[in-house]
Design a protein around this ligand. Sequence first.
Ligand code: TGC
Ligand code: FAD
Length: 396
Amino acid sequence: MAQQVAYRAPSDFYAVEDLLTDVQRSARDTVRRFVDREVLPHIGRWWLEGHFPTELVPKLGELGVLGANLPEEYGCAGLDNIAYGLLMQELERGDSGIRSFASVQGALVMYPIYAYGSEDQRRHYLPKLARGELVGCFGLTEPTAGSDPAAMNTRARKTARGWVLSGTKMWITNGSIAHLAIVWARDEAGTVRGFIVPTDTPGFSAHDIHTKVSMRASVTSELVLDEVEIPDDLALPGAVGLGKALGCLTQARYGIAWGAVGAAVACFEEALSYARDRVAFGRPIAATQIVQERLVDMLTKITTSQLVAYRLGQLKDAGRMHYAQVSLAKRHNVRAALEVAREARQVLGAYGITTEYHAMRHAANLESVDTYEGTYDIHTLILGREITGHEAFGRA
Ligand code: TGC
Ligand code: FAD
């Protein structure tokens, strides 16, 4: 008789668990319990109400989730990148909106302050952001410049005392709940620069987008900067050039590649359990070939995504990760999770369209995740350029 595959959880078919260190497992399990206790019982209602649970922010800080892969000397957890990825996975098992909050805070706000900020800026902001006492947002996209941020219109004018920023940023996660915004703008010489903008500065306003049918448990806003004046010491000294903004995206995309696995696992485990219990035509639907094929396709996508994320984490920890490798992981894992969520929704039949089950909420959220941080198409073109040497963005 053939030997059975030995695995602990149905979604860990290749025993990735065995590759993890005790620290990685323990960090993951802490956040897993938090999500089970504090997110899953409420998320369906929050999502329907379009509510982001700000009360969870200090708790995420206490757990060490915010900027968890940044150094301890700045009040962060100093975890390795696989442990960090596992935290993103567990948060997104709850909801993509909760993971988005943490991604933006850690990878798009804390990372640029850490990587491009002065020592004073690091010491002032990072510990407060890590504890969740301050919330940040990241303003790169504009109403007419999304996939092509080089086309941005936001301007930074140098004055004797500092900088004056003017422009509009669109689709900004955490926008209206943020205390500070990392804003990218072109100076008068045409160079893109990054700035820390306190959101109570005169001329700054944030306006929430309320018509979303995706990512509903997340704040998404338009930022208006109307002659916003900031002092010199709020410019990020190392954030000079568009490449620096793109470098932040690499950090966030890394976490998203892991997070997508969490959403997919939530959908797969729910569909598997439902299929075993649900009886149609006198037998469990799990005993039908079509449902089995759906479940096998889901498991294959999850297993591939887990291995891609894990290896990417090893490369990142070794300082060998290239942004095109991150593009492959983000593109593959998010699209795979979206397909898993849609398949899971099918298995659940009519029940699958409600928020009592997770699949439809995850599928709707993953439509955003497939678009933000570089659309599926943009990552295709980044990878195409990398392997052929030819750029195919069709730039005018
Ligand atoms: P390009 O010539 O490709 O690059 C300019 C310079 O930057 C370097 N570079 C990168 N460096 C680090 N990480 C990356 N991902 C990088 N991509 C490029 C590049 O080597 C070059 O350096 P140098 O030294 O030669 O000057 O610039 P381009 O204008 O042609 O860029 C094209 C493209 C498509 C790759 C880029 O614009 C892009 O990635 N577009 C997608 C935009 C995007 O992803 N926006 C995301 C906004 S934030 C968000 O969505 C948050 S969602 C919330 C959440 O995260 O949960
Ligand atoms: P467009 O760039 O207009 O693209 C439209 C379509 O055209 C897409 O299908 C795209 O793939 C395709 N396309 C574009 N160019 C090409 C090409 N050259 N070849 C082939 N096809 C192409 N941005 C931030 O700065 N900060 C945030 O915090 C943030 N949070 C977000 C949260 C949510 C919920 C969402 C939905 C978006 C968020 N974004 C944020 C914006 C996000 O990064 C952009 O939506 C994304 O980069 C795509 O830009 P766009 O929407 O303008 O689409």
